[in-house]
Design a binder for this molecule. Sequence first.
Ligand SMILES: [Zn+2]
Length: 466
Amino acid sequence: MMSVRTFSLPRFLVALSRGALVTMTTAALCIAPVSVAGAQSSSVPIVRDAEIEALVTDYAAPIIKTAGLSRNAIRIVLVNNSSFNAFVDGRRIFVNTGALLQAETPNEIIGVLAHETGHLAGGHEFKLREQLAAAKTLAVVTSLLGLGAVVGGAAGGASGLSKAGMGITMGGPEAAMRNLLNYQRTEEMAADRSAITYLANTGQSAKGMLTTFERFSNALALSGSNIDPYRISHPMPRERIANLETLARSSPYFDKPDSPALQQRHDLMRGKIAAYTGGGASVLRTFRKDPRNIGARYGDAIATYLNGSSQSALSKIDVLIKEQPKNPYFQEIRGEILLKQNKASDAAKAFQKANALDSRKSSLIRMSYGRALMLSGTPANLQASIKEIKAGIASDREYPTGYGYLAQAYAQMGDMVRSDLASAEQKYYSGKIQDAQIFAIRAQRSLKSGTPEWIQAQDIISAKRK
Ligand SMILES: [Zn+2]
C-alpha cells in the first residue's frame, strides 16, 4: 500500500525549509513562468509505504551513523511530489517521491542523502533560521523584488550572482538577504565536503551525487517552466561541480557500483512509485530501456490493480511471488488486491505472511493485517484485529489511518466509547483538533475519571486549538 496524507509543517519549519526559500524565490520571480509544484503550500503531502520507507532508511542508515548522528533521532519522511527535491528540518530528512523515481541508481539517492545529512550534522537549518531572523521577517524578505534576480543568478553561476548582487544596495533587509545567500553558498560547499567524507567512510562512491548535481548544474533558463526545487535551493555554479568532481574521483570507491540486490530493490521501488503516481504509462516510461526488469513487471501488476483489473493483477503478482517467495511487499500487495475483491480472510492470510517475512516489522503491514482481520468479520478475528492494529499504532503513534482502523474495529464490537476515543486520535493527528475534541468529550463521559483512557481523552480535550 502506498498511502498519502497531508502533513502540516509547523510555521517556523515552513520558513526554514528549502521549499519555503523556493516559494520566496518564485514569488519574486513572477515575471518568469516558473512553477514549483508543492512549494507554494505550507503543508507537505506525506507518503507512507513500508517498502519505500525500509529502502530509504537502509540508504540513509550508514550515512547517518558515520555522521555521528543518532539513527533513532533522524526520521526519513517521503513527500508525495513529482519534482526532484530533498530537504532537512533539523531531525528529519524529507525526500520527494519524484527524486526516488528519477534517480536510476541507489547511489544517486544515497549521494543526495549524504549531502542532506551534511546539512543536518552541520546544524545548517538552525543557523539558517538565525539568518532568516536577521533578515527580519519573511514578509519583508519576500517583498524584495531583487531577491529573485539574486537567487536566479546564484543558480546560473557565480558571475551571475555577483552581477545581480551589485544592483542591491547595502543596509537594511537587503544586506541581510545578501548575507543569507552568501551563507547559503558556504553551507552548500560544507555539505558537499561532509557528504564526500561520509561516502568514503562507508565505502561508497560519490558518483551518484555527482551525477545528480551535474544534472542540476544546467542553466535554469534552459529548463522551461518546470524547475525542480532542488535546483533552486542548491545553486550549482561550475566551480562547485568541478570541486565536487575532483573530490569524488579521489575516492578509491568512485567506480564501485551498487550491489545488484540494492539495485533491484531500487527498481522495485521505482516501479511502485511510477504505478501509483502515473499508472501504466509511467511504468513503461520509467523502464523503457529495460521493459522486462522486475521493477517494470511489479509496476505493471500494481498499475493493473489500481486500474480495477484485480484478477489480472493477482495473476501478475503471483508470478512475482514465485520468483521471490520471501518478498514481504509482494504479499502485501497481494493482500491489497484480495481486499479489493472482498476476500478479507484470504487477504488477512497474505498480510500475515507479509508481516512474518518483514524483518523490520513495519507498523503499516501490521495495521493492514489487523484491518483485513476486522473486515473478515468473525468475532475471534475481531479480537485479533484490535491486537494487531494496536501493536501497529504502538510503533507509529502519529499515523491517523491506524486510529481509523481501530475506531472501526471497536465500533464493530459495539464498544462505542473506545471507538470514539480512537476517532478522537485519528482527527487529532489529521490536524482536525476541534473534531478530535468533540469525540474526546463524548468518550470521556463514559470513562472512569483518572483511568489511562480518561487521561488520553483529557490530553486531547486540553490540547491547544491551532
Ligand atoms: Zn544543500
